[in-house]
Design a binder for this molecule. Structure first.
Ligand code: PXL
Length: 256
């Protein structure tokens, strides 16, 4: 059985985080190993609280799993604390794991910060250079690069700025212009674009970023090129958004 190591936070409403990662992996016939970095108390309207898992215990989860099982792919989601960033970076330095996809989460769609203020610099300097791909959405790309994104050229500028941190490859997802949505990839040499029609309505999209990053890691593990994997992950995620269902009073979960 092929397997993916997911390092991420738990979403008590079951829509995003580890729960979305497990569903995506299962759909793509991968077993998911789940190292939990933080617990969130949330529903479809709000993240009410976050409890970071102590770094010693994140480290223990990682070491015990990796001592026994070598993953075919790694996806890193919400890390939140500087301790989590340090522990994950240390493991990536010591173990040869690949492909490693990092979703540099900053904020939940409902507004709560998923990355502590003091973690922002550390994730860029310590973790970015150790992963294969980062997949910020447009907001995260602006936030992490300091470049305001108004048009496609700005997206490219932000991708180049983020690439300068030492990360090998960057995909900025979900840039919207008129009736189109574009994911912009930069593989270290060239740009590529995954273009699609914007959905007229996407009321239930909670967890879409998690579905994208987990499926991208799996498609890369299956041997597809970055561009091909990006287009398959885009398609997989759009389908999950189309099939999202109403649950709770806010945005319901996607359905991978
Ligand atoms: O969708 C981003 C995300 C990822 N991981 C966790 C989350 C959220 C959004 O709420 O709670 C744990």
């Amino acid at each position: 059985m092929k397997c993916i190591l997911v390092i991420a936070g738990s979403d008590s409403s079951g829509g995003a985080g580890i729960q979305a990662d497990i569903k995506s992996a299962y759909k793509l016939k991968y077993h998911a190993m789940t190292v939990i970095s933080a617990l969130t108390a949330q529903n479809s309207l709000t993240v009410a609280d976050i409890m970071p898992i102590p770094e010693e215990f994140i480290s223990k989860q990682l070491h015990v799993v990796l001592e026994d099982i070598l993953p075919d792919a790694v996806k890193i989601g919400m890390l939140f604390s500087t301790g989590a960033i340090k522990v994950v970076s240390d493991v990536l330095l010591k173990k040869k794991l690949s492909p490693v996809v990092l979703d540099p989460l900053v904020k939940a769609s409902t507004g709560a910060m998923l990355l502590k203020q003091e973690s922002i610099l550390l994730i860029k300097t310590r973790l970015f250079p150790l992963v294969d791909v980062i997949i910020p959405n447009t907001y995260e790309a602006e936030f992490l690069s300091g470049i305001e994104i108004k048009n496609l050229q700005d997206v490219e500028k932000a991708a180049l700025a983020l690439h300068k941190t030492g990360v090998k490859q960057v995909i900025i997802t979900g840039f919207c212009s008129e009736d189109k949505i574009v994911d912009v990839g930069y593989d270290g040499n060239d740009f590529f674009y995954v273009e699609d029609k914007r959905l007229l309505s996407a009321p239930h999209s909670h967890g879409s970023g998690c579905v994208y990053s987990t499926s991208l890691a799996i498609f890369l593990a299956e041997g597809y090129s970055l561009q091909h994997a990006a287009s398959l992950a885009h398609e997989f995620t759009m389908n999950a958004i189309r099939k999202g269902y109403p649950l709770g009073k806010g945005s319901g979960p996607v359905c991978p």
